[in-house]
Design a protein around this ligand. Structure first.
Ligand SMILES: NC(=O)c1ccc[n+]([C@@H]2O[C@H](COP(=O)([O-])OP(=O)(O)OC[C@H]3O[C@@H](n4cnc5c(N)ncnc54)[C@H](O)[C@@H]3O)[C@@H](O)[C@H]2O)c1
Length: 466
């Protein structure tokens, strides 16, 4: 017999979705509560909050953001307009006024002019790693948090590095290139197994630590250097100095952010400290390695090879030339043997794209439905524990305001007749954000509360969720 559809209220969505399960008159949610109350009276289900707005929330998703994200937003009751293309500034200025949220990748620029035209915009989602296509400061001043997905591609980068270690060690880029030029050149001289060799990881963050686990599975000994003391995974060992790492590693791989102190952190002096016949891999940022110095180290055969995925200057679109007009040493690097050059593909996999879609959609939903800003790049990061299903008359206040003295006194004066169950506020630059859950607010008082808080002199945006 086919299963009857039943409705399951989703903790993270304001509307119920319909799924097919066993035939029963009660929902899973109800059955869970029935079973758990009694045996576990402390279990509290989160209440699904709804923005108290007069109209449905409208989302604009550009640059072919995944259909999974579109479906997830529609299931929550949002109206979604989806386009495969980016929009120009003029198009955005014309259209953005009717949207509450926008999702973009790297081609759409959210400028100050766009933000000034976005009278209803609550949140921006960058479905990518970087956020420099958005005027972050203007967005924060307008009370608009911006979310991205900085770590969804860590595994993809770690796997690329593993492949590069093997490729360099076996020189198979050279051999493959020769075969395409009709040259048979079978040799074992200078080709090694990676088992038992030492990998030196510089920067043991999201990527470095993933890589550590994969490299050990290959039988490599792993050392790492990081400015922070970090618990090693598996049998990896943190070393005290970059010099120690460079002098012991057969392969050195870089996974640090681009900072003033990491610019040219691998230059002639550090290359000289590396073991003779070792290899350098850079999938971090282009300016971390002094490439002319690397070319010298490769030409002198002090290094046996290198893999480079990132460059100080990179073409802005596919098909554009990568030559000396962009980086004056390009042809010198291209002419060297056992050097793998890739066009910044470290994080470019289908899996990473899927994870980016999931992570950014979830962040947008969390902000629109619950007010949480954890993970925002331009905004104070604030969240509160959930209002439970039993707390029917509770209201959540989300108040974005200018970071000036006296705001909390004014807001708390408005809240003084009520029981403030919990509240939390934080600031970043000129913008501050307060979240507060208020008990037993009558439907009649809700609009009055919003109006009074919106009228305080530092108000940027006040939303109520109930
Ligand atoms: N090639 C690609 O496609 C690609 C994809 C994703 C990330 N990246 C780049 O990879 C790098 C690492 O990314 P992540 O996600 O692992 O970052 P992360 O922030 O998780 O880790 C960086 C680590 O570097 C350490 N660090 C900072 N300064 C240091 C220094 N001076 N010396 C030693 N360690 C230092 C930090 O303490 C941290 O542990 C970043 O530059 C990122 O932009 C490249």
């Amino acid at each position: 017999m086919p299963a009857a559809p039943i409705s399951i209220p989703q903790p993270t969505s304001p509307k119920a979705v319909t799924v097919s399960l066993s035939p029963t008159s009660s929902t899973l949610h109800e059955r869970f509560r029935k079973n758990s109350i009694g045996s576990h009276p402390s279990v509290r289900m989160p209440k699904v909050l709804h923005p108290i707005e007069n109209e449905d929330l409208k989302l604009l998703l550009l640059e072919n953001i995944s259909q999974d994200a579109v479906k997830a937003f529609r299931a929550q009751g949002f109206h979604v307009d989806h386009s495969t293309k980016a929009m120009s500034e003029d198009e955005l200025v014309e259209k953005i006024g009717s949207y509450h949220a926008i999702g973009i990748r790297s081609k759409t620029k959210i400028t100050e002019r766009v933000i000034k035209s976005a009278s209803k915009l609550l949140v921006i989602g960058c479905f990518c790693i970087g956020t420099n296509q958005v005027d972050l400061i203007t967005a924060a001043k307008a009370g608009i948090p911006v979310f991205n997905s900085p770590f969804s591609n860590s595994r993809s980068v770690a796997e690329l590095v593993i492949s590069e270690i093997v490729a360099l060690s076996r020189q198979y880029f050279e051999r493959g290139w020769e075969m395409r030029n009709a040259i048979w050149n079978k040799q074992s001289k200078g080709c090694w197994e990676v088992r038992g060799k030492t990998l030196g990881i510089v920067g043991y963050g999201h990527i470095g630590s993933q890589l550590s686990v994969l490299a050990e599975a290959f039988g490599m000994r792993v050392l790492f250097y990081d400015v922070v003391n970090i618990m090693p995974l598996g049998s990896a060992r943190q070393v005290e100095s970059l010099e120690t790492l460079l002098s012991e590693a057969d392969f050195v791989t870089l996974h640090v952010p681009e900072l003033p102190e990491t610019t040219n952190m691998i230059s002639a002096e550090q290359l000289a400290q590396m073991k003779s016949g070792s290899y350098l891999i850079n999938n971090a940022r282009g300016r971390v390695v002094d490439i002319p110095a690397l070319i010298d180290a490769l030409r002198s055969k002090h290094l046996a090879g290198a893999a480079i995925d990132v460059y100080p200057a990179e073409p802005s679109s596919n098909g554009a030339p990568f030559d000396n007009s962009l980086n004056k040493w390009a042809s010198a690097l291209q002419s060297l043997p056992n050097v793998i050059l890739t066009p910044h593909i470290g994080g470019s996999t289908e899996e990473a794209q899927t994870m980016i879609g999931e992570e950014v959609s979830a962040a947008l939903s969390r902000y629109l439905n619950y007010g949480a800003t954890v993970g925002a790049v331009n905004f104070p990061e604030v969240d509160l524990r959930a209002i439970t299903a039993e707390q029917g008359g509770h209201v959540r206040i989300c108040h974005v305001h200018n970071n000036i003295p006296g705001v909390l006194r004014q807001v708390n004066e408005v809240l003084s007749p009520y029981n403030v169950e919990k509240q939390y506020s934080d600031s970043k630059g000129d913008t501050a954000y307060l979240m507060a859950d208020i008990a037993d607010v009558s439907p009649h008082d809700i609009n009055k509360l919003r109006e009074l808080i919106s009228r305080t002199n530092a108000n940027i945006l006040t939303r109520l969720l109930a």
